[in-house]
Design a protein around this ligand. Sequence first.
Ligand code: ZN
Length: 241
Amino acid sequence: MIALLLADIHANLAALEAVLASAGKVDAVWVMGDTVGYGPEPGQVLALLHELGPLVVAVAGNHDRAVATGEGLELFNPYAAEAARLHRSWLSVAERDLLASLPLTRQADGFTLCHGSLRDPLWEYVTTARQAQETLSRSPTPGACNGHTHVPALFRYEGAAAVRDTATVDHPHPLAGRVLVNPGSVGQPRDGDPRAAYALLDTASGTITFRRTSYDVDGTQRRIRERRLPPFLADRLAVGR
Ligand code: ZN
């Protein structure tokens, strides 16, 4: 089985379309939260994921919750809060209800999915091996997948402790043992590479491959400005920060 791992799509339709085209045919699509927030097309991104139907296994991110219910808005920086308020006003009640119904964690094929961490599913940024260990030690499955940092990452157990592995692109990394995978952000990368990030998990060969694909950044920037979202949210897409 091939699972396409997505996180932090952030209402960037062009980036999501590019990733789906680049990934090719897959058997499942795992979405580690923050489908909305920041970008220009929250409704269209939700509709495109809806079209994929039963392939999709999705969890809630902090932005999804804020857009759906207003929860946590006070914890956002001013740009994120403004975008979340606008998204709340653009989406229908049905779309907001759908976001509100997303669970904090879900299991799929030996992996537990969350947005931040299994210690704090909505808000913790897992950036260290110690934090990865906290999540893996709470995982009911051998593997776990997260997002939230907008930076691709791979952690695995070596002996009694989790260590960081490299997350180099286009190279199949073995999945043996307990691993935590963050595919990076589809719609707002923050590792200095503006291309959309995703990962392909192959259960038959037991590998994870991190990938990047170019998309029309200019077009998304233009629509962010047209829709009166904070201009900073357009500027950062060009540099991937
Ligand atoms: Zn995010």
